[in-house]
Design a protein around this ligand. Structure first.
Ligand code: AMP
Ligand code: MG
Length: 401
């Protein structure tokens, strides 16, 4: 079977995927969640004409002939308004955030006044009408739609929603991702591996990545390379929105994942991608569940997850699914590419002219996690890309997980 191009694989995975249902959550749990319904202002902000400074509320026209004397009637403080109204020739002591009394139309800052002769003050400089006053609704007005669906909520959004008096927000439910590692050689971090064993890293990296991209995780642990055990674990994960398996995806004698998936009712769609790393990536569906069979090699597993899991999560969350590739100049020469799309680990720096430069690591073995952790980006080399010289433009995918 011919290898499937990356874009086509992605399109097949995303086919018919709809955003998940909405749920209501407390504002303090909403950081990073994706809004499903607009946040509407339940009040005006500010809710009244509000002073922007400490000083005196005045009638601006009185100050045309400054310096002038005004009679101070009382005080308007934040949370304790001055209940009366004032007229020409009068002033009210006022503080930042306090309501501007009826009759006043400006605030003169206290630095421009002298208060030597209570209850009179001298105002030394004029102000324009409206100066130092935040008009009612300056920030937003009741009923306005402040944050749009599809927004991944930031700390600033949460502040805005709180100011609008929204104690809860409606967000997309988190996609549930079950993660299953397969391999006789694997032990959990912190255990004592035998001489012929290794520590399982994939499930930890994948869980961290999926969480980072908005998912909730079910860790299904490690199963040995046995058909029945693999099948049992797959069946147990049937309630997840997405099942990720790692390892056992190739054609070795101990690779049971595909057979176990098929036996568990998964309809396989494809199982080989024209990419490097990550060729033995397979995909299928079981009822509404998406099953992503990732390769065992750690870099392959994570690159596949970035390319195929991330857009799937985005689609389920109602986010755009495109990849933002950016351009960079090559730091060192690259050979002509073969028929697979390459994702080449690279560091990114700036040259003396401030231009972005991507420099590939010499060794790109898909088992090498250290250079992966040190990489800032993957250089994307299309199938059959020509040999490239230092300084030539290439496309890169930033690594943000
Ligand atoms: P496999 O796809 O099972 O043939 O695995 C390919 C390579 O990835 C082998 O060297 C495995 O030991 C390694 N590998 C498989 N699963 C994991 C895992 N969970 N963590 C780290 N390495 C793994
Ligand atoms: Mg294996």
């Amino acid at each position: 079977m011919a290898l499937l191009p990356v874009e086509e694989a992605r399109a097949r995975i995303l086919r018919d995927v709809k955003p998940l249902a909405a749920e209501s959550i407390e504002l303090d749990k909403a950081l990073g969640r994706v809004l499903a319904q607009p946040v509407k202002a339940k009040r005006n902000q500010p809710p009244f004409d509000s002073s922007a400074m400490d000083g005196y509320a005045v009638v601006a026209a009185d100050l045309a002939a400054a310096p002038v004397q005004l009679k101070v009637l009382g005080v308007s403080a934040a949370g304790r308004r001055y209940a009366g109204s004032m007229r020409s020739g009068e002033a009210v002591r006022i503080f930042t955030g306090a309501p501007v009394p009826k009759g006043a139309d400006a605030v003169v800052i206290q630095e421009n006044t002298l208060a030597q002769d209570p209850p009179y003050i001298s105002v030394l400089q004029g102000v324009a009408a409206g100066q130092n006053v935040r008009r009612i609704g300056l920030d937003f007005a009741r009923g306005e739609s402040l944050i749009q669906p599809g927004t991944c909520l930031t700390a600033r959004d949460i502040g805005l929603a709180a100011a609008a008096n929204a104690a809860h927000v409606r967000v997309r439910r988190k996609p549930v991702v079950a993660i299953l590692s397969t391999g006789d050689e694997l032990v959990l971090p912190g255990q004592s591996p035998r001489a012929d064993q290794i520590v399982s890293s994939n499930s930890h990296a994948l869980a961290a990545m999926a969480r980072r991209f908005g998912a909730e995780i079910i860790n299904m642990g490690i199963v040995p390379d046995q058909l029945k055990a693999t099948q049992r674990a797959i069946v147990k994960a049937a309630h997840a929105d997405i099942l990720l398996t790692t390892g056992g995806a190739s054609v070795g004698d101990h690779d049971y994942v595909q057979e176990a998936l098929v036996n568990s009712g998964v309809r396989m769609d494809f199982w080989k991608i024209a990419m490097r790393p990550g060729k033995p990536f397979m995909y299928g569906r079981r009822k509404g569940q998406h099953v992503l069979g990732l390769p065992g090699n750690p870099v392959s597993a994570l690159v596949c997850a970035r390319l195929f899991l991330k857009p799937l999560l985005d689609a389920m969350l109602g986010l755009p699914t495109g990849d933002d590739l950016v351009e960079a100049r090559l730091g060192t020469a690259m050979k002509q590419n073969d028929s697979r799309q390459d994702y080449v680990r690279a560091t990114v720096s700036e040259d003396p002219d401030g231009r972005r430069v991507a420099t590939p690591f010499n060794r790109q073995d898909s088992s090498m996690q250290r250079t992966f952790a040190q990489s800032h980006a993957l250089i994307v080399r299309p199938p059959h890309a020509e040999a490239a010289q230092p300084g030539e433009l290439v496309k890169i995918l930033r690594l943000d997980f």
